[in-house]
Design a protein around this ligand. Structure first.
Ligand code: S3P
Length: 426
């Protein structure tokens, strides 16, 4: 579907957004692993979550998603059964990486497949450390899906320092470690999102500049009632829109405020944004609260590369804030963006060039200068939900319509995006 944006003059109101994608994936997975019945409230229902639910259904779990609260009857430490066909992870990197850690410890063979985009994304980052643990896994020659995971009976605990700042790699190792008596240890030098360790209650040791995270069978999940806070990455699109429109004010309810995810808010505040957090709360170790966002005059600031892992999914929409802020917008140290649902550095740069913005593209980032001067061209979502929504928001700032192809890909993370946008537009 080609989306034709419509101008929004100002934003007013209150938004309730669906559950956080990372926490929803983990809630479903941990509930499926635990023996007995768990409930997941405010779970995201997007294509990525459907992929995770279907994978665990194929492994023998009973997942009832017909009501508002999802009911999952998990299988316990050795209760999963061999799926009849390859598990389809769709577009979801989190599904494929995390489930690989779980499957490496099962006593049956499984094959993982995914869509075109996922089948191009690097899997060796999880396969290599799992092989160090003794797992037997085959990939394509280029280290991508399809991936076959064979049963082994000699999996062992490891200590592993992450070579890339990736919560998915960290989680895959820790989830595999949940099946072993000895403790496995993951060392991260850059702080990545910590939902896995928080939700499983793992031991974390903090040192100067790094942390060690441990898992063993003692941490294997038990049935639980999960309450998923709303997704801060989905909220980020509406935060930036509100900041950039005049006379606007938006409250976003019950948003995840886990400090490993709030880098965008911190950065936008440094840029001059008016964003208040209200009603701080906590559930299953995860912090959440309301955000009150008001129109603001922004100026670009230097972005510390140490914050990149914390804002990695928000960089596309951050670039829109940067484009409208005073001074040029530059981001570096963000090479991981090339390995997301699309090569996001290239996707952003190509679309900004079509819009007439002056762009410099680097291996690990890009720089934007100047203004949008041409909205004639059809922009490409590259089939990437965050690219589609980024330019959907940008389009709402102009009288003339912006057109974006393959816009339906937004249902990967937020199928209701356009209704949410409509509900706050004035
Ligand atoms: C995620 C981790 C991040 C993020 C992705 C979700 C997770 O990926 O980009 O959207 O839920 O663990 P990486 O681990 O590849 O950085």
């Amino acid at each position: 579907m080609i989306y034709k944006s419509e101008r929004i003059n100002r934003v007013k109101g209150v938004l309730n957004l669906p559950g956080d994608k990372s926490i929803s994936h983990r809630s479903v997975m941990f509930a499926a692993m635990a023996e007995g019945e768990s409930l997941v409230k405010n779970c995201l229902r997007s294509e990525d979550l459907i992929s995770t639910m279907n994978c665990f259904r194929s492994l023998g779990c009973d997942i009832d998603s017909s009501d508002e609260t999802i009911k999952i009857v998990g299988k316990g430490l050795s209760g999963f059964t061999k799926p009849a066909k390859p598990l389809d992870c769709g577009n979801s990197g989190t599904t494929s990486r995390l489930i690989t850690g779980v499957l490496a410890a099962q006593n049956f063979e499984t094959t993982l497949i995914g869509d075109k985009s996922l089948s191009m994304r690097p899997m060796l980052r999880v396969v290599n450390p799992l092989k160090e643990m003794g797992a037997l896994i085959s990939t394509t020659e280029s280290g991508t899906l399809p991936l076959t995971i064979y049963p082994v009976d000699n999996l062992k605990a490891i200590e592993y320092t992450l070579p890339v700042a990736s919560a998915q790699v960290k989680s895959a190792i820790l989830l595999s470690g949940l099946h072993l008596n000895e403790r496995s240890c993951v060392i991260e030098n850059e702080r990545t999102r910590n939902h896995t360790e928080k939700m499983l209650g793992l031991d974390v040791e903090e040192y100067e500049g790094y942390r060690k995270i441990y898992s063993s069978v003692d941490n294997y999940p038990e049935p639980n009632n999960y309450l998923v806070p709303s997704d801060i990455s989905s909220a980020s699109f509406f935060i930036v829109l509100t900041l950039l429109l005049p006379d606007s004010e938006l409250q976003i309810k019950n948003v995840s405020l886990n400090p490993t995810r709030t880098g965008l808010i911190k950065l936008l505040k440094q840029m001059g944004a008016s964003i208040e957090t209200l009603n701080h709360n906590e559930s299953s170790g995860e912090e959440y609260g309301d955000l009150l966002v008001k129109s603001s005059k922004l100026k670009n600031v230097e972005i510390d590369p140490a914050i990149i892992a914390n804002i990695i999914d928000e960089i596309p929409i951050l670039s829109v804030a940067g484009l409208f802020a005073d001074g040029p917008f530059a981001i570096k140290g963000a090479g991981e963006l090339r390995h997301k649902e699309s090569d996001r550095i290239n996707a952003l740069c190509e679309n900004y060039k079509l819009l007439g913005v002056s762009v410099s593209e680097f291996n690990d980032g890009f720089c934007l200068d100047g203004k949008v001067s041409n909205q004639e061209h059809l922009l490409d979502s590259y089939g990437d939900h965050r690219i589609a929504m980024t330019f959907g928001i940008l389009g709402a700032l102009f009288d003339e319509s912006t057109q974006i192809n393959n816009f339906e890909c937004l249902s990967i993370s937020n199928p209701d995006f356009l209704n949410q946008l409509k509900s706050i537009a004035h």
